[in-house]
Design a protein around this ligand. Structure first.
Ligand SMILES: NC(=O)c1ccc[n+]([C@@H]2O[C@H](COP(=O)([O-])OP(=O)(O)OC[C@H]3O[C@@H](n4cnc5c(N)ncnc54)[C@H](O)[C@@H]3O)[C@@H](O)[C@H]2O)c1
Ligand SMILES: N[C@@H](CCO)C(=O)O
Ligand code: NA
Length: 463
């Protein structure tokens, strides 16, 4: 591996130059930009990597498909297997589980290193891939898989490896942030903004993975695994998307000085008592719409941008911000991994060890305490508020704030509104409570005869 070449085009090589054969799997949005950079910046990359990166081919589904980026036609092939078999370094940008998984495993088995942006595959099958990389002394790098261009994987894996990360909060899906931000700015409903996002090309024709939170959940699993040095897969992530967030939820959040974001939350939780020696650490990973105070740094992340907020014992709070998607931005993250992997291969150094050094239990939501915002539609009658408040008290859930809006017939005096069967909306924000206590509270509130409906239950962070 790593032949030498004495003559190179465009660069006066003072001595024999190492050459690495780079196979690219996928020539779409990101792959085409990676190929462009590999060809356009070949000399600068060679100088930085300590080896010339020679693009040996681009595996695609259809060699003749029309493309936005013009690249030499002879690079395209449909024979990904052959391309992988001769490579020192494989860049996987096909997406999906198969055949990406088979090609990555074949590359690692050959001792080739792999750079990928495939969060779906890593979240589903990361353990098998990392084991194959370790067994073959190869690297598996994936900066592009979480928050696109934003350097977050390497900072967590390397820069913060001497610290103890306790929590990661991320806006890691641009489509849903674009939708929630537009709802916040315009007061529009979810369905209308989704249609506009699709028209502008932000949301895909099938936006399920984005709006149901699955894309964010895959990224949450990857972030949690690295932050806590343990293995977390997609099925460990509790996931709720943004399809049920209403314009009323956003308006109520605004009234309370907050905004709603889809957050990926990974927490290291210590349960038990350190005095009697039963204290043990576990991990909670979840994705859900979350109320955030407008003064929180993540509340200032607008449009399709991403950001990851990290809390560590010694570093304190850090925030990483930038473009979470797009061809060129994502290619930047891929190329960073390519250069650093090439440097390692060129120097003859061994592959980086796998990330998991612990096997922490995955905790259920009962182990997590958060504040909640609860919206109720109630009869506008005397005594309703105290009956609702009594249910909170019975379950030990403490109320932080309460706001009432009276519905309809604004000209009527209060007593006339009651007799006319008027409605009121109550919005409570609680102090931190367990999911179990909250669920029991909501169930009992629903059964009160004066409660018409529970209109929303949303978690609150950063208060
Ligand atoms: N687009 C983004 O902004 C972005 C951001 C971060 C991560 N990613 C990840 O990067 C990867 C690539 O994304 P993309 O947007 O470039 O996808 P894309 O759909 O634009 O391109 C996929 C490419 O892979 C090729 N391909 C797919 N299946 C193949 C098969 N079976 N055999 C041969 N070729 C095949 C296609 O021909 C195409 O060239 C995905 O894993 C995605 O999740 C994308
Ligand atoms: N669909 C993703 C692309 C990046 O993974 C998003 O909206 O952020
Ligand atoms: Na990234």
């Amino acid at each position: 591996m790593g032949e030498t070449m004495t003559e190179t085009s465009g660069l006066e090589a003072p001595s024999a130059e190492k050459v690495l054969k780079v196979a690219l799997l996928g020539g779409g949005t990101v792959g085409s930009q990676v190929a462009r950079i590999l060809l356009e910046d070949a000399d600068a990359l060679a100088a930085r990597a300590g080896a010339r990166l020679v693009l040996t081919g681009i595996a695609v589904r259809n060699v003749d498909a029309p493309r936005d980026v013009e690249l030499p036609r002879e690079l395209y092939t449909t024979d990904a297997e052959k391309l992988v078999s001769g490579a020192d370094l494989v860049i996987e940008l096909m997406g999906g589980i198969e055949p990406a998984r088979t090609h990555i495993l074949a590359a690692l088995k050959n001792g080739a290193s792999v750079v990928t942006g495939n969060k779906a595959l890593l979240a589903q099958d990361g353990a098998a891939l990392f084991d194959a990389a370790s067994a073959n002394n190869a690297d598996l790098n994936f900066e592009a898989a979480v928050a696109g261009a934003i350097p977050i994987i390497r900072p967590i894996r390397e820069s913060l490896s001497g610290d103890r990360i306790t929590r990661v909060l991320g806006i890691v899906n641009g489509t849903t942030n674009f939708i929630l931000d537009a709802m916040d700015t315009t007061g529009a409903q979810f369905a209308d903004v989704l249609a506009e996002a699709q028209r502008l090309g932000y949301a895909e024709a099938d936006p399920t993975a984005d709006v149901e939170g699955l894309d964010a959940a895959a990224k949450a699993a990857i972030l949690a695994s690295l932050a806590f040095h343990t293995r977390v897969s997609l099925e460990d992530v509790r996931c709720e998307g943004i399809t049920k967030v209403t314009a009323d939820d956003i308006a109520a959040a605004q009234d309370a000085g907050m905004t709603i974001k889809l957050l990926a939350i990974a927490e290291l939780i210590t349960a038990g008592d350190s005095a009697d020696g039963t204290a043990a650490e576990g991990v909670s990973v979840r994705v859900h719409p979350t109320l955030l105070p407008r003064k929180h740094p993540l509340a200032a992340v607008h449009g399709a941008f991403n950001a990851v907020f990290v809390e560590a014992d010694n570093a304190g709070s850090l925030m990483f911000y930038g473009a979470g998607a797009g061809g060129a931005p994502t290619a930047s993250a891929i190329m960073g991994d390519v250069v650093s992997t090439a440097r390692r291969i060129a120097a003859g150094a061994p592959g980086a060890p796998g990330a998991a050094t612990r096997a922490l239990p995955i905790l259920g939501l009962d182990a997590v305490t958060t504040s909640y915002s609860i919206g109720l539609e109630v009869a506008d009658q005397p005594g309703v508020l105290s009956r609702v408040a009594a249910v909170f008290a019975e379950h030990g859930v403490s109320i932080e704030t309460m706001r009432q809006t009276v519905d309809g017939a604004p000209g009527l005096a209060a007593a006339d509104r009651w007799s006319a069967g008027g409605r009121a909306e109550l919005r409570f924000v609680t102090h931190p409570a367990s999911e179990a206590a909250l669920a029991a509270t909501v169930a009992d509130i629903k059964n009160l005869d004066v409660v018409e409906s529970v209109t929303s239950v949303l978690r609150v962070e950063g208060v």
